[in-house]
Design a protein around this ligand. Structure first.
Ligand code: SAM
Length: 225
C-alpha cells in the first residue's frame, strides 16, 4: 500500500500549482515575484481550520473581521512596486504576516504596521516561526506611516483607502513607489501606483480590487450612504 505524501510536500505542490495556474496566466511575469510566491508557505499564515484552503484562489478570514489577501493580489502589488533587493519597504496592514513574508523575499528591509494588537502578535509569531529576520512588525495606526524609519523605497497599502494619506508622500524616497487601493465605495477600489520623481508625482491606475477598509487618523472617512 502506498504511503500518504507528507503534508509539507502536498503544500509545496499546491504552491507550485498556484504559481502556474493562478499567477502566471493572469499577467504576473516578474520572475522574482513568482519565485517569492513559490517559496512562502501560505499555510503558515492561516489558522488550522483554514489550512486546507491555503492555496485557494481567494482571500481567507484571519479573525477580527480581517482577511489574508488573495495570492494574486499580493503578487500583483509586489510586481507593481518593482522592488529591488536592497529596498526598504513599508507595508500598511500586516494582517497575517503573509504579505510581509513575500516582501521580505524581494526587498532588504521590511517594516509592517497593523492596528489590531491580536493580529500584530499572531503575525509576529508566524514570521518568527518562518525565520524572517528582515521584517519588523509594528503595532499602530498605519495611516500615519512610520516617520522614524522613513524614507522608504516603497509603501504598500493592503487596506482600501479613500485617498492617498499625506504621510506616505512625505515618507517616500525619491524614485519610490506607493501601491495603494483607493475608492469611495467600501467594497471596491482601484489600485494605483504613485511614483515620486523629485517634486513630481506620476500616477498609474492598475484596475479594480476589493479590500477591507483602511481605518485611522490619516485616512479620509468614507462618505455616508
Ligand atoms: N497584508 C495582510 C496579509 O498578508 O495577511 C492582509 C491585510 S488585510 C487585507 C488589511 C489589514 O489592514 C487588516 O489586518 C487591518 O486590520 C489592517 N488595517 C486597516 N487599517 C489600518 C491602519 N490604519 N493601520 C494599520 N493596519 C490597518
Amino acid at each position: 500500500m502506498s504511503q500518504p505524501r507528507p503534508l509539507n510536500e502536498v503544500y509545496a505542490h499546491r504552491r507550485q500549482a498556484m504559481v502556474l495556474e493562478q499567477l502566471a496566466p493572469r499577467g504576473i511575469t516578474d520572475t522574482r515575484v513568482l519565485a517569492a510566491m513559490a517559496r512562502v508557505p501560505r499555510e503558515e499564515y492561516v489558522s488550522s481550520q483554514e489550512r486546507e484552503m491555503a492555496y485557494c484562489d481567494g482571500a481567507l478570514p484571519i479573525g477580527r473581521e480581517q482577511t489574508i489577501s488573495q495570492p494574486y493580489t499580493v503578487a500583483f502589488m509586489c510586481q507593481a512596486a518593482q522592488l529591488q533587493p536592497g529596498d526598504r519597504v513599508l507595508e500598511i496592514g500586516t494582517g497575517s504576516g503573509y504579505g510581509a513574508a513575500v516582501l521580505a523575499q524581494l526587498a532588504g528591509e521590511v517594516h509592517t504596521i497593523e492596528r489590531i494588537e491580536e493580529l500584530a502578535k499572531n503575525a509576529q509569531e508566524n514570521l518568527a516561526r518562518c525565520g524572517y529576520h528582515n521584517v519588523t512588525v509594528h503595532l499602530g495606526d498605519g495611516t500615519l506611516g512610520l516617520p522614524p524609519q522613513s524614507p522608504f523605497n516603497a509603501i504598500m497599502v493592503t487596506a482600501g483607502a479613500t485617498g492617498l494619506p499625506e504621510a506616505y508622500r512625505q515618507q517616500l524616497a525619491d524614485g519610490g513607489r506607493i501601491v495603494i487601493p483607493i475608492g469611495v465605495d467600501r467594497r471596491s477600489q482601484t489600485m494605483f501606483c504613485f511614483t515620486r520623481r523629485g517634486d513630481q508625482w506620476e500616477s498609474q491606475s492598475l484596475g479594480g480590487f476589493a479590500f477591507v477598509p483602511l481605518i485611522g487618523q490619516g485616512a479620509m472617512s468614507f462618505p455616508d450612504r
